[in-house]
Design a protein around this ligand. Structure first.
Ligand code: 5GP
Ligand code: MN
Ligand code: MN
Length: 330
């Protein structure tokens, strides 16, 4: 990783340069937490002009509303068109930056912070560590090299990010180094219990009922890929309307589907247009779902990936099934 170049690119624009921070569309805890943690770090370094934004609908998921700095996010329409420095967070490819990808061409410097193995490489300086459990791991290291000490505000952001992408320290990427980072963050005085309550264990009654209905429609195909079971369900715009919920509540749905014991691969199709679907996939290890997603125009990690599918749900499932055998890890 190009730490020296990244540190130089940031220092070059302190304190008066215009620094634009961008994370991926439909931001999750890692995207928002990494970006806002870095924003606080820049302020500690004396940066006077920092914007943090993300593309697409300007809608922060309720579980992330209290991440420090959310109230200072700016909508993409207000983002500087010609920033001095662009820093991207948790975006595996330029399309995840939506219209803000144009800043890669107009910014004078750019630094890409990410941890997706599928990242094709973009931006002038690339800090992409596929071994990192979260982008926030990369952010903590960069802040350390910039001599920014951790404080509770930064830690609250980075802890939210780390706990999101490790599934509360349950996923395979949860190494000793991850727990050591968590220990440094918690030592600043933040409250992990309260963060977990807000991020994972809080949703409106309407969302619980919506989940019940969508989970009730789960189907299981036990021979989907060389004997590996596939479990899937669909959540439609009509479901959202019926229960008066916003689309982001569906982000957590895959976590209820992926516990189906008979399935190695779990899929949730979330309707985003008449015949377009945001597809979430999870694998228990036998299948590399980032391979499937990559072949279908998306990306992600071996165990968690996604893409945008078109057609009927049956069409989208057929496209997934057709790539599954080739994605079995042998
Ligand atoms: P989720 O299912 O939680 O939305 O996403 C799981 C993983 O897949 C994330 O690491 C995310 O980066 C990746 N992912 C999800 N949707 C897309 C997509 O449309 N395109 C790409 N390139 N990656 C995606
Ligand atoms: Mn993410
Ligand atoms: Mn991430």
């Amino acid at each position: 990783a190009d730490w020296v170049a990244a540190v130089a690119a940031v220092r070059r624009w302190l304190p008066d340069g215009r620094i634009l921070l961008v994370c991926h569309v439909n931001p999750d805890g890692d995207a928002l937490g990494s970006m806002l943690g870095f924003a606080h770090g820049l302020h500690r370094l004396g940066a006077r002009h920092v914007q943090a934004t993300f593309p697409g609908p300007f809608d922060v998921p309720d579980p992330l509303r209290e991440v420090p700095g959310v109230d200072r996010l700016v909508p993409e329409t207000e983002a500087w068109t010609h920033p001095d420095l662009l820093v991207t967070f948790d975006a595996a490819s330029t399309d995840r930056l939506g219209a803000l990808a144009s800043r890669l061409g107009t910014a004078r410097d750019s630094v890409v912070l990410d941890h997706h193995a599928s990242n094709p490489g973009f931006g002038a300086v690339r800090l992409v560590d596929p071994a990192a459990a979260a982008t926030s791991v990369v952010v903590e290291q960069l802040l350390d090299r910039l001599d920014v000490p951790l404080d509770a505000e930064i830690a609250e952001c980075l802890y939210t990010a780390l706990t999101t992408d490790t599934g509360s320290f349950r996923f395979a990427a949860t190494t000793p180094a991850v727990h050591q980072m968590a220990a440094r963050l918690v030592a600043t005085g933040i409250h992990p219990g309260e963060i977990a309550q807000r991020v994972f264990d809080s949703r409106p009654l309407g969302a619980v009922k919506l989940f019940g209905e969508v989970l009730g429609r789960c189907e299981l195909d036990q021979d989907a890929a060389a004997g590996h079971g596939l479990c899937w369900t669909t959540a439609t715009l009509a479901d959202l309307e019926k229960h008066n919920q916003r689309p982001h509540v569906l982000e957590a749905l895959i976590d209820s589907v992926r516990c189906v014991a008979e399935a190695d691969v779990c899929v949730v199709l979330k309707q985003i247009g008449e015949d377009t679907w945001s597809v979430s996939m999870r694998s228990k290890g036998a299948v590399d779902v980032s391979r499937v997603a990559g072949l279908l125009g998306g990306g992600g990690h071996r165990a968690a990936a996604g893409f945008t599918g078109t057609g009927t749900p049956a069409d989208v499932l057929a496209s997934i099934r057709s790539e599954l055998d080739g994605a079995v890890i042998r």
